[in-house]
Design a protein around this ligand. Structure first.
Ligand SMILES: [Zn+2]
Length: 106
């Protein structure tokens, strides 16, 4: 999947899923065990896991980035930007005007 004008490849549209037990501080002792063992259980594909690695402490997952396998981030599909869509449209008009000019009898 890429932009129809500039060919820039689209990225997978990832969704961030936070570790529900991660409170962001060391004061969240009661849920420590859970925040260490939490794993994403959804049916999307885990692309990346972000870990918190405090000095001398056991790391825990802060969040995961998952992908549904089909959503891409070409914002102005099939173009990456409005600029590309506009440039492509201009090119298409120019092309069809040229084609029309050729068919006009002299
Ligand atoms: Zn583009």
């Amino acid at each position: 999947m890429m932009c129809a004008h500039c060919g820039k490849p689209a990225h997978r549209q990832l969704e961030r899923v936070d570790n529900p037990f991660f409170m962001g501080s060391e004061s969240s002792r009661p849920t420590d065990g859970d925040k260490y063992t939490w794993r994403y259980r959804g049916n999307k594909t885990i692309i990346r896991t972000q870990w918190h690695r405090p000095d001398g402490l056991r790391p825990w997952p802060v969040c995961v980035y998952v992908w549904d396998g089909e959503t891409w981030d070409l914002k102005y599909h099939p173009f990456c930007s409005l600029t590309c869509g506009f440039a492509y449209g201009k090119g298409a008009v120019r092309k069809s005007l040229r084609a029309a000019a050729r068919t006009v009898p002299r």
